[in-house]
Design a protein around this ligand. Sequence first.
Ligand code: SF4
Length: 334
Amino acid sequence: MNSAWLSKPYYSLDAYLKYTYKEKYYKLALDGGFTCPNRDGTLGQGGCIFCSAGGSGDFAARTTPASVKEQILAGRQVFSEKNTGSRLIAYFQAYTGTYAPVSYLQDMYTAALSLPEVAGISIATRPDCLGEDVLELLAALKKRYPEKFIWIELGLQTIHEDTASFVGRGYPLPVFEEAMTALTERNIPVIVHVILGLPGETPDMMYETVRYLNHIPDTRGTSHAALHPFGVKLQLLHILQNTALADMYLENRIAGFSTLSQAEYTDILIHALELLSPDIVIHRLTGDGPKDLLIAPLWSLNKKNVLNTLHKTMKQRQTYQGRCFYAAGPTDFI
Ligand code: SF4
């Protein structure tokens, strides 16, 4: 285990921020007023089957037309500097944060980047919403704000096309790879979202997704030189009210499907961490859905317990992020 990991058995975002910026930052979720091509009819109407009305964010519904600046200033008052540090990461979380005319995007991102309390921005989006104009804007903003960072968060969820099709992700894997290449060429760090526990996926399938991100030759013999993202969010599948997945789940329409128990999730998560390269920063280890919309699994509401159980079990097993990555060697690991 790396001593720079702040006593955790994985490379957490907290550890990364502390050793990179010598400061604690907190992440403030923003609603930039975006929509999503998977919801507005361009690609589909219903969105991914697990996506709630808030667009995969904490926003159960759009309630305020507040500007980005107003949201940041209001958010600032909620947190005490003692616990969070004095600066923040402005997180464009709701819906698809690059899906708008580029002039609108520029206004949104600049509104955040120009505030002194904003250390950087993180934009959640889809890999098929990163056109050349958007990439050019991101590169230009990087030059204009060299002391701040710009991260992109991509919702991959799984590498398995059957699962992706079932959940209605709306793009095939090569689109993700092209986006990774384009972002890597522009030195824009990427955080990849992976969901553990999707219908039809065995633990081995989830591990294949994690191994793929290491950009090690996979079972098909291909390599993915542009992968190996800056960070990963490993998320438990949540079933949220008013989603297509909730309807299927409540009506027992997915043969053999059940949500993961805490013991199953802990085991899968630990092995996913063991497989993952130790230099990939872990941005999340649980779910992040709105509590009042959660149908299952309810044990995940106690985040503190989920993380304490994970830490305790990893300690008992004397394991850590990258243990299997090293054990197998980065070139012959399959
Ligand atoms: S791409 Fe994101 S915002 Fe769009 S439907 Fe899927 S989860 Fe929701």
